[in-house]
Design a protein around this ligand. Structure first.
Ligand SMILES: NC(=O)c1ccc[n+]([C@@H]2O[C@H](COP(=O)([O-])OP(=O)(O)OC[C@H]3O[C@@H](n4cnc5c(N)ncnc54)[C@H](OP(=O)(O)O)[C@@H]3O)[C@@H](O)[C@H]2O)c1
Length: 234
């Protein structure tokens, strides 16, 4: 009998970067459950809906996943919020929104699915961000704090879940512009990228697949940023 395809769960699989990660895995022979909140993932993925910003959301998603799948080889935490909030516009609610969705949800989902990952000897890949995760950006303190927390969660879980489960992160630079950024702002920011252009969601997807399949790599935060982290702030 042919071996069964490995199984991945990708959060935020309905749009943009999460969608590209999920489709890339599916193209490479994985069975993929695509989590979403308001944008259903494309055909071929098994859709699972959950609001991950509530404390119970990650547990509910894990239960829905277990009802459909008997094994899990890869969890990709890609769903996130992104808010530009200069200091004068940060408040408790904005800070909590970033932390709840970008840091707490990946932690709780990892906890809920760790038993399945231990059984398979699988791995977790978090989608962090160069901005905040690795270097400070101007005007994004709450978002940056949430991605910095995700980086440290990644390293902590790499220790805690070893030796059975590997835990890594991809830290993208700009691979898809926020839709609110106009042409002038995009040009200015692109000039700060040593490779002089934005990346593509597929660049992140390939890095996720590399980390999923690299048996001696754990606790790594892999920048996919065209060198942006080396080129200053803002
Ligand atoms: N785009 C970039 O250049 C870039 C750069 C660095 C890092 N990243 C990281 O890459 C990942 C994807 O980025 P993106 O630009 O594709 O993100 P995005 O367009 O902002 O999409 C956000 C995703 O999060 C999901 N989501 C939002 N609120 C949610 C909630 N309360 N519960 C569950 N899911 C929720 C959305 O699901 P629905 O659409 O179904 O509601 C969507 O799939 C994020 O972790 C981001 O920080 C992206």
């Amino acid at each position: 009998m042919a071996p069964r395809a490995p199984v991945a769960l990708v959060t935020g699989a309905g749009v943009r970067v999460g969608r590209a990660i999920a489709l890339d895995l599916a193209r490479h022979g994985w069975r993929v459950a695509g989590h979403y909140l308001s944008h259903r993932p494309p055909r071929g993925l098994v859709p699972l809906r959950a609001d991950l910003s509530s404390p119970g959301g990650p547990g509910a998603l894990a239960r829905a996943f277990r009802e459909r799948f008997g094994r899990l080889d890869l969890l990709v935490n890609s769903a996130a919020g992104f808010e530009e909030r200069p200091l004068a516009r940060v408040d408790a609610a904005a800070f909590d929104r970033m932390m709840d969705l970008n840091a707490r949800a990946p932690l709780l989902l990892s906890r809920a699915l760790a038993p399945m990952l231990r059984r398979s000897g699988g791995s977790i890949v978090q989608i962090a961000d160069v901005g905040g995760g690795l270097v400070a950006w101007n005007g994004f303190a709450a978002y940056a704090a949430s991605k910095a927390a995700l980086v440290r969660i990644t390293e902590s879980l790499a220790l805690e879940l070893a030796p059975r489960v590997r835990v890594n992160a991809v830290a993208p630079g700009t691979v898809l512009w926020p839709e609110s950024y106009g042409a002038a702002r995009r040009r200015t920011l692109a000039r700060r990228i040593p490779l002089r252009r934005a990346g593509r969601p597929e660049d992140v997807a390939e890095a996720v697949r590399f980390l999923a399949l690299a048996p001696y790599v754990t606790g790594v935060i892999l920048p996919v940023d065209g060198g942006r982290r080396l080129a200053g702030r803002g």
